[in-house]
Design a protein around this ligand. Structure first.
Ligand SMILES: C[S@@+](CC[C@H](N)C(=O)[O-])C[C@H]1O[C@@H](n2cnc3c(N)ncnc32)[C@H](O)[C@@H]1O
Ligand code: SF4
Length: 367
């Protein structure tokens, strides 16, 4: 059975105004100790052979070239050469991806880079609390190409505060003109605890929807395959690691806050970086939360993940027994489409997917 490997690097130069990911600014002094802890946790992994690798964050590219080299060596020591993974992605931010680091990543075997851009407008980047400019992004993108990366993803966010449709489409068109193999386009979520939440920033949901609808049309016209709610790829460049995850595959996560799903058990490490390092060095488990998904909860999780993909999912008789009624309700509302044994999100459902997904998450009775 295929398994994915995820490594979390929880360090950022500055915390962005919208971000509630487990990442922290001003803790770069912990990186060396953290990487040593990752090595120790890797030694305990229940799996040795992985098909896909994803190094995410946080900002993995905040590591120096020497630290990245060390991280790559740790992965190789425990799990074999990175070049043997079917897909190996490293997230990188425009301000910190230097040519030296890109060369290290390429030489150590990474074959995919994911660059967080968010917007191609400097005023919007500033408002988001990003520490890079559009020029930094262009430089990082060109550097990645010059170093031989043939598979690049770019992240964009739609529905930013005060963003006009015109401004968003301008960002989208500028990215498309670079022809990255893959694009992730998210609608802005105002997450509790972020500066945007504290400032009570509100999103114009109708405008965001217009932006995302137009994204679907324009990316299709530009030759991109819309294969997951927020993900688009040139043919053949769909993300293997994430697709494995949406197909209910097992994955092992290493690092603070990293989640794993292995043999029906979901578990997650402590999000506290100090505590993670302390526990690993003391020989204690970094796991903070663990649950075994069984029965309806397990089936619901599988359906929810699969439905994120535009191809939808084929229902078994058991799925029909457990979720047939909920499925019919969403079909009547026009959020799901049924085609023989298959169901998939409708065009409308793509924008209201969370309402559909609620039906597949316990506790089921209250929903
Ligand atoms: C793991 S995160 C961060 C990756 C990288 N550190 C960066 O900032 O580019 C991956 C992506 O999730 C998206 N994202 C994060 N927070 C979001 C939010 N509140 N709403 C919408 N998209 C978000 C951003 O596009 C981001 O690039
Ligand atoms: S969006 Fe990326 S760079 Fe910004 S705080 Fe989150 S993880 Fe760090």
């Amino acid at each position: 059975m295929k398994t994915g490997l995820y490594l979390h690097l929880p360090f950022c130069k500055q915390k962005c105004n919208y971000c509630d990911f487990a990442s922290f600014a001003g803790r770069e002094f912990l990186i060396d100790g953290y990487v040593d802890a990752l090595s120790k946790e890797a030694a305990l992994s229940p799996v040795r052979v992985f098909e896909t690798l994803y190094v995410g964050g946080g900002t993995p590219s905040i590591l120096s070239a020497v630290q990245l080299q060390k991280l790559a060596q740790i992965i190789e020591n425990h799990f074999g050469p990175i070049s043997r993974f079917e897909e190996s992605t490293c997230e990188a931010n425009p301000e910190s991806l230097t040519a030296e680091k890109a060369v290290v990543l390429k030489k150590t075997g990474f074959n995919r880079l994911s660059l967080g851009l968010q917007s191609f407008n400097d005023a919007e980047l500033k408002m988001l609390g990003r520490v890079h400019s559009t020029m930094d992004f262009l430089r990082a993108y060109e550097t990645a190409r010059a170093c031989g990366f043939e598979n690049i993803n770019v992240d964009l966010i739609a529905g930013l505060p005060d963003q006009t449709l015109e401004s968003f489409l301008c960002s989208l068109e500028r990215v498309v003109s670079l022809r990255p193999e893959h694009l992730s386009v998210y609608g802005l979520q105002i997450e509790e605890g972020t500066p945007f939440f504290e400032r009570a920033v509100v999103c114009d949901q109708l405008l965001m929807r217009r932006m995302l609808e137009e994204t679907h049309v324009r990316l299709k016209r530009a030759g991109y395959h819309h294969y997951e709610i927020s993900n688009f790829a040139l043919s053949g460049w769909e993300a293997k690691h994430n697709t494995h995850y949406w197909n209910d595959g097992d994955y092992i996560g290493l690092g603070s806050s990293a989640a794993s799903f292995f043999r029906g058990v979901r578990y997650q490490n402590t999000p506290d970086v100090w505590e993670y390092i302390r526990r690993i060095n003391a020989g204690e488990s970094p796991v903070e939360f663990m649950e075994k998904l069984e029965g309806k909860a397990r089936a619901g999780e599988r359906l929810m993940l699969a439905l994120r993909q535009l191809d939808g999912v084929e229902l078994s008789e058991r799925d029909e027994e457990m979720f047939g009624r909920e499925m019919e309700k969403h079909i009547k509302r026009g959020l799901l489409l049924r085609m023989g044994k298959k169901v998939k999100l409708s065009f409308e459902g793509l924008f209201l997917a969370n309402e559909v997904f609620c039906s597949f998450v316990a506790p089921f009775e209250e929903k």
